[in-house]
Design a protein. Structure first.
Length: 296
């Protein structure tokens, strides 16, 4: 088994400059960028990941999503305040909320913006279902808070109050909605100086069109957009890479597991569609990036 915890942080001042212009880093920011956490595996985090309370189908995806290695790479620590952007059904919530409750931290989910009349009924119902699930078990998940997030939403949190913001497979949606600049600005405002923006998303080939709409984004494009918002690239990792992913499927990335789309969006599933070769590929090839808000 590859020990992903030994992966050296590939990005530092030199890499940041090599990838283009970036905000000048103070000595304190550079120290935050170069910090590598060499602690042993956090036993509370391991317990949260291995918990039998996690849905079995979701746990089965750990082999593709590498929660322990990813969270360690991004720099999760006990007692942090963490915002999980658009958490869906709660894949990361089931890990992060119990961990943060037990270590004195705080978990905040950024969900549907209920104050925006344009927010769909489906999105509103999804948020209500999410809130009900976690409110029903405070002894396991703690006080899970949900804030509105969208094109017209206000601040995610009081300025400079958050330690880490997790953006898991969402940036490709923001590009299609012309939302990525606002999203990154909102995250930047919420983070403390030295705070972390953690990104995982489906990775397109270098030079691909970010507006193609197939669910994949070029890694360089995401880095560029984050830098425009003021972030410094601290590290990049191949923890969630999948070299079998050829990224050329009939229904974009959603052809692959776990979505396994078999017909154009809005049409009924095609029962004759052969999923076998796509299932053999597994989940998508993903970029895994760590950004720092500069310390002035």
């Amino acid at each position: 088994m590859v020990d992903h915890r030994r992966i050296v942080f590939a990005a530092s001042l030199g890499l940041t400059l090599a990838l283009g212009s970036a905000p000048a880093m103070s000595a304190q920011t550079e120290q935050a960028v170069r910090a590598v956490d060499a602690r042993p595996v956090d036993p509370i985090l391991r317990t949260a990941i291995d918990s039998p309370l996690r849905d079995g189908a979701l746990r089965a995806r750990d082999g593709y999503r590498h929660p322990l290695e990813s969270l360690e790479f991004w720099g999760l620590k006990p007692g942090m305040t963490v915002i999980d952007i658009q958490p869906g059904s709660g894949w990361w919530t089931d890990i992060l909320a119990p961990y943060l409750m037990r270590t004195g931290g705080h978990y905040i989910a950024a969900g549907a913006d209920l104050d925006n009349p344009a927010t769909s009924e489906g999105a509103r119902k999804g948020r209500a279902k999410f809130e009900a699930k976690y409110a029903a078990q405070p002894g396991i998940y703690g006080d899970v808070k949900v804030v509105g997030f969208g094109l017209k939403s206000g601040p995610l949190a009081p300025p400079a109050s958050v330690d880490l913001v997790l953006v898991s497979r969402e940036t490709h949606n923001w590009v299609q909605g012309d939302f990525i600049a606002k999203a990154f600005a909102d995250i930047y405002a919420a983070l403390k100086p030295g705070g972390i923006m953690a990104i995982e998303d489906h990775r397109a080939p270098a030079g691909a069109d970010p507006l193609k709409g197939n669910g994949y984004l070029p890694e360089a494009y995401v880095i560029e957009q984050a830098k425009k918002a003021g972030f410094v690239l601290a590290a990049r990792s191949e923890i969630n890479a999948n070299p079998r992913d050829t990224k050329d499927y009939p229904f974009g990335v959603w052809t692959l597991p776990p979505t396994r789309q078999s017909a154009p969006s809005g049409q009924p599933d095609n029962p004759a569609f052969d999923h076998s070769k796509y299932d053999a590929i597994g989940e998508s090839d993903r970029m895994t990036l760590k950004f720092i808000k500069p310390v002035m």
